[in-house]
Design a protein around this ligand. Structure first.
Ligand code: NAP
Length: 324
């Protein structure tokens, strides 16, 4: 029988309470790993992290996940995955890993005041929204500056809104925001796009969407008033500076991998993504990584799910080879 660990009391951490596997992150990759690990009777612990449900929980219609010909809402898809994992015995908990020791066996994770011991670890902590990092932008987060159209678009009915970026995220956000806004302006720093043809065309055909190209944001107004009233913009080709009135600025400029806690403990690439070989193996024994935290190329729900599955299968194999 497993011994109980009292919440918030490191002194009662029991050395015999060693989990078979812990999954850090509760997005598509982590929950798929949990379904597989739970069905293998490994009773995985899922630590939900600071963005429970990951990026799917912040998106609207998912039209490219096989099996849903009419599409499915991202939050609905992710909640179904969680229910599926829990049905087979996965334990789902809020919690942020604040420190790790991956040189020990069992591996050690600190979660708040609790120490968790585990034989294997699946890192599926994903990636978070990138910001422009202008002081005025940071000061107005939650006051008209947002990285989540589906969370905050609702607050700007009948307003004019700006979306920054030239990839699929920016197109998707802009299209979504036309539900609320009278006009959405996509501001992109170049005149060519990373967005897929179909998404770009949808945005271009939308009568409520306009584009400002070769343009960057220099400042967000009005920090003193604690609301967004406009932007100072700069055309990168002409150098022209001008003020552009808007009620909100949504960022759609990509993501940064959530690997801060693993820095110095695992091999990361120059941008902080976990380096993997054979799909999901990290440089540390018993530590596997899946989903956006290690994938800067595909970054799709289905590929994240696939790599989550691989990570759980490798955990099973690892434990088997250890004779468990
Ligand atoms: P992305 O493809 O990397 O695009 C990021 C965009 O933001 C680029 O246009 C980039 O400009 C711009 N950008 C980055 N940093 C900037 C900065 N500091 N200032 C101004 N602009 C900046 O990221 P994404 O759009 O989040 O997409 C990531 C992946 O998810 C892609 O594979 C995409 O296909 C996928 N995705 C799919 C869907 C869908 O199918 N429904 C929806 C969302 C995302 P440059 O082009 O100049 O570098």
């Amino acid at each position: 029988m497993e011994s109980a660990i009292k919440e918030n009391d490191m002194s009662v951490t029991h050395p015999n309470h060693v989990r078979k596997t812990v999954i850090v992150g509760s997005g598509c990759a982590g929950l798929t790993a949990a379904v597989y690990a739970a069905r293998a009777n490994l009773r995985p612990l899922i630590l939900a992290g600071h963005e429970p449900g990951g990026q799917l929980s912040l998106t609207t219609a998912v039209e490219n996940f096989p099996g849903f010909p009419e599409g499915i809402q991202g939050p609905e898809l992710i909640q179904s995955m969680q229910r599926q994992a829990e049905r087979f015995g996965a334990e789902y908990r809020q919690g942020l890993v604040t420190a790790v020791d991956l040189t020990k066996s069992p591996l050690e994770l600190t979660v708040g005041k609790e120490m968790i011991h585990t034989e294997t670890l699946i890192i599926a902590s994903g990636a978070s929204a990138r910001w422009l990092n202008l002081p005025s932008e940071q000061a107005l987060i939650g006051h008209g500056v947002s990285s989540c159209a589906t969370c905050d678009g609702f607050f700007f009915p009948g307003k004019e809104i700006v979306v920054i970026g030239g990839g699929d995220s920016a197109m998707e956000e802009a299209i979504f925001l036309t539900r609320f806004a009278t006009k959405v302006t996509i501001i992109h720093r170049r005149d060519s796009f990373r967005a897929s043809k179909i998404m770009l065309e949808r945005a271009q055909k939308n009568p409520k969407i306009e584009f400002l190209l070769d343009t960057v944001v220099e400042e967000v107004y009005d920090v003193a008033a604690q609301e967004v009233t406009g932007l100072k913009l700069k055309n990168l080709k002409t150098g022209k500076l001008w003020d552009f009135p808007t009620s909100a600025m949504f960022l759609g400029i990509g993501h940064i991998p959530n690997t801060q806690v693993f820095q110095g403990h695992l091999d990361l690439d120059a941008d902080g993504y976990i380096k993997t070989h054979n799909n999901v193996f990290t440089n540390m024994a018993g530590v596997f990584a899946c989903g956006d935290v290690q994938d800067r190329r595909y970054r799709q729900a289905i590929t994240a799910a696939g790599s989550g599955c691989m990570a759980a299968l490798e955990v099973e194999k690892f434990l088997e080879e250890r004779g468990e």
